[in-house]
Design a protein around this ligand. Structure first.
Ligand SMILES: Nc1nc2c([nH]c(=O)n2[C@H]2C[C@H](O)[C@@H](COP(=O)(O)OP(=O)(O)OP(=O)(O)O)O2)c(=O)[nH]1
Length: 138
């Protein structure tokens, strides 16, 4: 048995927004943050007491200015990755329907990318195993 002493588990909820052409939205992490410059799925950490779906809907509104209804969020898979100072557990939802126009509200660069082209967009190590799931789905 492996004992993970004082493991800090961080729950981040993320979303693959899929457009009519089967492309997925990636956002570039800004300079000055951990993993700066890498391309990630929109999402973020939950606030205290927040349900995953509610937190994801909030993050999508804050980051991208879009409104997503909870039934439009379908669970796809999750990432479980050990970073140096914490362990990331990240459910990935898929969403094909939203209201509003995707807008980079935090000045982040955005790209709509076919899953088979994602290898050209450097992603955090936690995300790499997720690409195959999106290729299978789309
Ligand atoms: N949103 C998102 N975060 C990811 C992905 N892959 C991945 O390793 N992460 C990590 C990066 C961060 O450590 C964490 C997301 O936290 P966050 O975006 O809410 O917070 P942050 O690090 O930008 O900033 P802070 O709130 O800690 O100051 O999850 C991904 O695809 N999407």
């Amino acid at each position: 048995m492996t004992l993970d002493l004082q493991l800090r588990m961080v729950l981040v909820v993320a979303c693959a927004l899929v457009d009519a052409d089967g492309r997925v939205l990636l956002a570039q992490r800004p300079q000055g943050k951990a993993l700066a410059g890498l391309w990630e799925f929109p999402g973020g950490k939950l606030e205290a007491g927040e349900r995953p779906e509610t937190g994801l809907i909030r993050e999508l509104r804050e980051e991208l200015g879009i409104d997503v209804r909870e039934p439009c969020l379908a669970p796809l898979t999750f990432a479980s990755h050990g970073y140096e100072s914490f362990h990331l557990l990240m459910p990935l939802y898929v969403c094909r329907r939203w209201e509003g126009i995707v807008t980079p509200n935090e000045g982040q660069k955005l790209a709509w990318v076919k899953p088979r082209d994602m290898r050209s967009y450097p992603m955090p190590p936690a995300d790499e195993p997720l690409i195959a799931h999106l290729i299978d789905l789309l």
